[in-house]
Design a protein around this ligand. Structure first.
Ligand code: ADP
Length: 370
């Protein structure tokens, strides 16, 4: 839960009505929602009723003093996270030390200085907002981790079952039966092994990239990298009956990047373009200077991607849920790897695509200063 600062709900606890009125007026005029409580007991009841975002708590009160109220709140996991700012009379050092001991977050002294009161409240609200953001972040990370493990387990177990099943059949086969169908089964086993191999390789690469280690930034000409990538993929393109073309401007395209990683990102994009394009299609590699950026694009006339899939494309294990896509071997990790590689180099990836027409993937990198 993130608390918008000005709308925070504050409980003010003080046995002196004059103080309650003063603080209530001050806070309300600054946009806070304020609930006053005249004793410790009433404060606890009010908190039970509705959890405040912050409590201003007077120390010296009859019956139950502020320390005791605070101790009770801190002992209950539902209320332990609510920041408590103690109100104390000036120069009561002992009190102030004890206020922190019982779990208080801060203190203000009487007589009140309006700006100080507001600053201390804002400070505590900022702290809890940041704390909630951090908790949300870790919860999201944890969900991602769980999802990653579920997908990886599923995708590794499936081919393993296939291999295991065929191995069991082969074990019981006699010579003639092996001659009839055994070789076909061995082929199936190799298929399963290749799937596991691809997945393990991609998962290890992604895990290594996430540590962000060993990024070596050097000034390189992206045009030269693109030429090299195009050269490497020519045989594969020819084998698939796809024309692979390269269009570069005459001037160099300098960028401060890790050459190996950018080459690897481009490898993945070109390999996808060839994989998801039918024979007779075309793949075009292009790079241009746009303001302070170099924009590299890999464009294909392939299967294309439905609009609803575009926001998920760079998620780990995501594959477009269409027969035409799923039928092609893949791990769903390639584009997550591309994204990690490019972002480590201070760039970003984008995609435009129309189903049944083709896709263009863009890598945007900052142009190196000349
Ligand atoms: P995969 O190993 O499945 O290719 P990627 O992470 O590289 O994994 O890609 C995720 C999904 O995005 C693919 O499964 C495919 O559905 C879609 N995709 C990627 N590149 C293209 C492309 N050039 N054309 C059409 N679809 C693509």
């Amino acid at each position: 839960m993130t608390v918008p600062l000005a709308k925070a709900n504050i409980l003010v606890v003080d046995d002196t009505t004059a103080n309650l009125d003063l603080l209530t007026a001050l806070l309300e005029s600054n946009g806070y929602l304020v609930r006053p409580a005249i004793s410790g007991g009433l404060a606890l009841a009010a908190i039970q009723n509705q959890r405040p975002d912050l409590i201003l708590l007077d120390i010296m009160m009859p019956e139950m003093n502020g320390f005791e109220v605070c101790e009770r709140l801190k002992a209950d996991s539902d209320t332990a996270g609510i920041p408590v700012i103690f109100i104390s009379a000036l120069n009561e050092t002992e009190d102030i030390v004890h206020a922190f001991e019982v779990g208080g977050s801060d203190y203000i002294t009487k007589p009140f200085k309006r700006r100080e009161v507001l600053a201390r409240i804002e400070n505590q609200l900022t702290v809890i907002t940041q704390r909630d953001q951090i908790i949300n972040y870790y919860e999201r990370l944890d969900r991602m981790k769980q999802q990653f493990i579920r997908s990886a387990t599923h995708d590794l177990k499936n081919p393993l079952h296939v291999i295991y099943g065929y191995a069991a059949i082969l074990e019981d086969m006699d010579g003639p039966a092996f001659e009839r169908s055994g070789r076909e089964f061995v082929e199936q086993m190799y298929g399963g092994i290749r799937k596991m191999q691809a997945l393990i390789t991609d998962m290890l690469e992604l895990a290594q990239l996430q540590t962000g280690a060993n990024v070596v930034l050097e000034r390189v000409d992206l045009g030269l990298i693109l030429q090299q990538v195009a050269q490497n993929f020519l045989p594969m393109a020819a084998g698939a009956g796809i024309s692979l073309e390269l269009a570069l401007p005459p001037e160099p395209l300098p960028a401060q990047v890790d050459e190996k990683r950018i080459e690897r990102a481009l490898d993945n994009l070109v390999s996808n373009a060839l994989k998801y394009t039918l024979p007779g299609g075309r793949v075009l590699l292009n790079a241009v200077r746009m303001k302070q950026q170099v924009v590299v694009s890999v464009q294909d006339t392939g299967l294309g991607i439905p609009e609803e899939s575009l926001p998920h494309l760079f998620e780990t294990f995501y594959r477009v849920p269409l027969e035409s896509h799923i039928g092609i071997e893949g791990t769903g990790l390639g584009l997550s790897i591309v994204k990690a590689l490019v972002e480590q180099n201070g760039g970003r990836v984008e995609v435009e695509s129309t189903l049944d027409e083709g896709s263009t993937f863009f890598i945007l990198l900052p142009l190196a200063e000349s």
